[in-house]
Design a protein around this ligand. Structure first.
Ligand SMILES: C[S@@+](CC[C@H](N)C(=O)[O-])C[C@H]1O[C@@H](n2cnc3c(N)ncnc32)[C@H](O)[C@@H]1O
Length: 214
């Protein structure tokens, strides 16, 4: 592991997660479609995505667009590449972590993510990196799952399941206050909508979607 590839690749859980998101992708997409359509509307021709996985968000890019995909799990790469080909999106794949994208300061119009800030090692460092690479007026559009309000049964379940959940989903936490992290990150403007899904994955049902403006 180095500063730019600070990601532990699991020989079993890496392929498992690639397969899980390929199989469950359509269901997850259906669950969050309204929120993704709103925040991923009118993306520019070149978009940076952190944690692209197997390409769940390619459908929100116009054919002919370029996706700069910052994705450190090599088990995702083949399917991501194939999905980009199918969608007619040019893929610029970066085998790096979102904490260190290697992209120049103020060089990007839009950054997107879905279900990634729950898994990165350091969400504050990732948000600082996103602010660093965005041009003034650029946008970070996100759909993420977050901690349920303290004292609720969902929050208790998130607490109880935190270890097996994190083990299975390569470090994913259901206990992060990501709206708070976004507010603390110093964006010029922030629109965040909290909502609740009704999926069988109860710990994952408390979510936020929104747009942060650099
Ligand atoms: C839960 S999956 C979500 C994938 C995809 N965005 C989706 O919505 O299906 C989390 C993704 O974040 C990636 N990831 C984990 N740590 C990361 C990091 N530090 N920087 C960038 N991506 C990371 C994982 O490899 C995985 O592809």
């Amino acid at each position: 592991m180095t500063a730019t590839t600070d990601f532990e690749v699991h020989s079993a859980r890496g392929p498992f997660n690639a397969a899980f998101f390929r199989v469950m992708g359509p269901y997850i997409e259906w669950s969050v479609r309204r929120h993704k359509r709103r925040v991923f509307a009118d993306l520019p021709p070149t978009v940076v995505e952190i944690g692209s996985g197997v390409g769940a968000n390619l459908r929100h890019l116009a054919p002919g667009s370029t996706l700069v995909a910052v994705e450190p799990n090599p088990h995702m790469h083949r399917q991501l590449s194939a999905a980009a080909d199918r969608r007619g999106v040019h893929l610029d794949l970066r085998d790096r972590v979102a904490e260190h994208t290697g992209l120049p300061d103020h060089s990007v119009d839009a950054v997107i993510s879905s279900l990634v800030l729950c898994t990165v090692t350091d969400p504050a460092a990732v948000l600082a990196e996103i602010r660093r690479i965005l041009r003034p007026g650029g946008t970070y559009r996100f759909v993420e799952h977050v901690a349920a309000p303290a004292g609720t049964p969902t929050r208790a379940l998130q607490r109880a399941l935190r270890r097996p959940w994190a083990w299975t989903f390569e470090g994913c936490s259901c206990e992060r206050d990501l709206a708070g992290a976004l507010r603390d990150a110093g964006f010029a403007r922030l629109d965040v909508e909290p909502y609740r899904l009704h999926s069988p994955f109860i710990t994952f049902n408390t979510q936020i979607a929104g747009i942060a403006h650099a």
